[in-house]
Design a protein around this ligand. Sequence first.
Ligand code: CS2
Length: 444
Amino acid sequence: MTDDALAASGGDWRITGVSLRSVEVAEALNAQHGFYTLIERGSQGTSARVIGSIRDVIAADSTATLAALCAPEVRIVTLTVTEKGYGIDRLSGGPDLTHPAVGADLASPDTPAGVLGLLVRALAQRRLSGHKPFTVLSCDNLPENGRLVRSGVVGFARMTDPGLADWIEAEVAFPSCMVDRITPAAAPKTLSEAELQTGCIDLAAVETEPFVQWVIEDLFPTGRPAWEAGGALFVTDVAPYEQMKLTMLNGSHSMLAYAGFLSGRQYVRDVMEDRALARLVKRHLAAAAAVLPRLPSIDLADYARSLEIRFRNPAIAHETRQIAMDGSQKLPQRIFQPALLALERNLPIQAFAFATAAWIRYTLGRNDAGEVYPIRDPREAEIAAALSDTPREAPAIVAALSALPGLIPPALAEHARWTAAVERALERMLTQGMLDAIDLEASD
Ligand code: CS2
């Protein structure tokens, strides 16, 4: 959208990209002077354009990243690092001391390599050299992402330099935003499609759906590109938009990813081809919409229908196992928070209980055919330890996972109606197999 905004309204903004860990895409982009093909694939056809707003990319080099963050001309730092990338304890809002990058950066704050450590060190240096701070814009699927990152950054600074923490609280803006665009990991087909569309070999091509939505809190004291010229919506409160997306899109995505993966569906579009699963997606969307506040500009029934169409997009190969990863980081805001709201208001909870049971079934790491798969979750060792001596019975498994700290809120885990619903759904999955459990659930 930055590229669209610059094309529409001009301005001398450019992007320095940073890849904290992987080098492949960063190196490919640099070799192409930052240019890459963005391929949009929808049921109406495919289009492609070359994005020119990236100046360069730093590839897994924390010294160069810190230097870039200290450059006075840098005014905004956007973050897309996934839920687990921040190292913020969701309960306290402070740094998560068990996160490897946080621990390492607190031990040597002058040579940081993680998100919080880098931001705090760069802000300290800017303060010392009299440069204005940058604005920090989190683009990840976390509730009130600006507020959360602010509390993580301030908390980290407070542990190393309380004066700096006060300065950050007073001077640095952390707007929240909600970004929505389904973008599967690039596959070999992405690169061949880019070549077909542009006639050029592009090793950094990206494929995505035509839909895009970016809702941003307008809080940029250091200036910003005219993103509205590229289609962004500026609002004073992003929270209702975030909550809508997290509970409806991401919540039903997680449900369909676990149920779909465990019943042998590789892609989201395959899930939507299955009648029973498609019914469960519809049910989930309705249950999620029921707990949301009204938004003056959005009809939630229309939003639900548009999500079903997006999930059905035959041209997008979005793997269920990609969405299934990092469940411990995703379910709290996608499933548990709306489930709590539903319980409070005496609304149906079955959709959330089924999604939770499907995730729990997934954490067992072996499908009905006996095939073992990697769970890919930062808490997978803890999950495996919690389950290791647990009998393969729904109540025991649910109790073991509910006891993991900071995952399922106690108000939910201790609620008899909730526990009974999750246990019943899991029991079916364990005794009848995933395919039958899905059919039974859809006909309930
Ligand atoms: C998905 C999201 O992988 C996931 O967890 O639910 O990446 C989803 O595709 C995006 O949030 C869509 O905007």
